[in-house]
Write a protein that binds this ligand. Structure first.
Ligand code: AMP
Ligand code: GLY
Length: 426
């Protein structure tokens, strides 16, 4: 089978790597890909707004299957356009992708179908005065979200009414997130441990992959600014089988059912961002695609044929037997450019990768580029080093990942030294 993966990030490299293990996989193309995908796939440049050219590319290269990685093309309707051309696609159509692309839609869906989540109110951008009034009577901290896609930056946790007012002013008067803040969701602040669960679904039936946990903050102990993700680990020992049942019964099943009832059948990876509050497990957010950096630690824990899982899902009847959890564990640590998530340099040469012991280690590229045979940094997040094992042994994973990551060299490299720390403190 020839597969085209759309996307350039670390997640798409991880997907390509896992798919390349399938006996049915012949050739993988990634568009646009990055410095890492070239080792297992062909990088191609396709303009996502030129559907006819993508279709032509698929015909010429006998592409059997397209996987759309990032949320933006899904929210823009790429899967609909390709399906209309007869191409088999993994990824939800435009309507179902609203579960990520329109937070107001997601919250209203949860309200309608009794899916536990933070209480909320939504507003449009011409309700500035009402919002300010509402906030004056609010309970702090309070969470303010741009309803549309804002590259992961559209959530502000305001500690005081002044901070909240400033956030609203930036969103409405200064259009900080462009049209993403045409609608605004204001919700209750929830406290508890966060976790991510991916449900691979054909819209009706589903398979849950092992639970994982992201580390969003730049600093150790979860301090400092938010980032695209500094590392992750899986599985989570604080998530037991009763919790998984609770997640299935109160989140996954009613959400898929609700989407079906709204004529928004979801085919793809439903990312459930959850929080274990004192009361019960609640939804923080849904995403319409695989998470990053969680995917990089979840996929090494699957045995079987991952390509068959995705392909059968995309064809409409998920083959639930195609993969299973192998009983193992994994930790992934992200290296970033000095200064990230603020201003940082690109174009610094990366060395040392060839000295990494590849046994039980994956080197996944985020922001890298190859020029004249040499590898350079090309983004804020640069590399993701993952150690994995077939036994559930996070202590060993941790020792291994930090031994190997130390061999990576480039100017002003930074990474967190405490990924999975909550697992060891419990
Ligand atoms: P989101 O973009 O919706 O994933 O939000 C980013 C992060 O903001 C989440 O991973 C949480 O850490 C935090 N967050 C979002 N909503 C809430 C909430 N209602 N209560 C507490 N934290 C939240
Ligand atoms: N790990 C957060 C996300 O993928 O959105």
């Amino acid at each position: 089978m020839n597969v085209l993966i759309i996307g350039s990030g670390v997640r798409e490299h991880a997907l390509a790597l896992k798919i390349s293990e399938s006996k049915n996989c012949d050739q993988i193309y990634v568009s646009p890909g990055n410095g890492g995908t070239t080792s297992i796939a062909k990088n191609v440049i396709l303009n996502l707004s030129e559907i006819d050219k993508i279709t032509e590319f698929c015909n010429i290269n006998s592409i059997d299957f397209v996987i759309v990685g990032p949320e933006q093309p899904l929210v823009d309707g790429l899967a609909d356009h390709l399906r209309a051309k007869g191409i088999i696609v993994f990824g939800p159509n435009k309507k179902a992708a609203m579960i990520e692309g329109n937070k107001r839609f997601a919250k209203e869906l949860m309200r309608e179908f009794n899916i536990p989540t933070a209480s909320f109110n939504s507003f449009s951008k011409n309700q500035y005065d009402e919002i300010i009034n509402y906030l004056r009577n609010g309970k702090f901290p309070i969470v303010i979200k741009a309803s549309g896609l804002a590259a992961g930056k559209g959530v502000i946790i305001a500690q005081t009414p002044e901070e909240a007012e400033q956030a609203i002013t930036e969103m409405i008067k200064e259009s900080k997130f462009g049209s993403a803040s045409d609608e605004i969701v204001i919700e209750e602040f929830l406290e508890g441990e966060e976790l991510s669960i991916f449900a691979i679904t054909d819209g009706e039936d589903y398979v849950l992959l092992p639970a994982s946990q992201d580390h969003k903050r730049i600093g150790e102990g979860d301090t400092g600014k938010n980032t695209g993700g500094m590392g992750a680990y899986a599985p989570l020992t604080f998530v037991n089988s009763e919790m998984i049942k609770e997640i299935e019964d109160f989140v996954v099943k009613p959400t898929l059912n609700g989407l079906l009832k709204k004529n928004s059948k979801f085919i793809g990876c439903l990312y459930c961002g959850l929080i274990i509050t004192k009361e019960r497990i609640k939804v923080i957010e849904f995403n319409c695609r695989f998470g990053d950096p969680e995917t990089q630690v979840v996929l090494p824990l699957l045995e079987g044929d991952f390509l068959e899982l995705l392909y059968s899902t995309a064809k409409g009847k998920i083959n639930k037997e195609s993969i299973k959890y192998n009983g193992g564990s994994a930790i992934g640590v992200v290296t970033v450019a000095g200064g990230y998530p603020d201003k940082y340099e690109k174009g610094n040469e990366i060395s040392g990768l060839e000295t990494i012991n590849s046994e039980n280690i994956n080197i996944i590229h985020a922001g890298t580029v190859i020029k004249d045979g040499k590898l350079y940094t090309n983004g804020g997040r640069v590399l993701n080093i993952i150690s994995y094992s077939k036994q559930n042994d996070l202590i060993n994973n941790k020792t291994l990942v930090y031994t190997e990551i130390d061999k990576v060299k480039y100017k002003d490299i930074y990474y967190r030294k405490d990924i999975a720390y909550k697992q060891f403190n419990k």
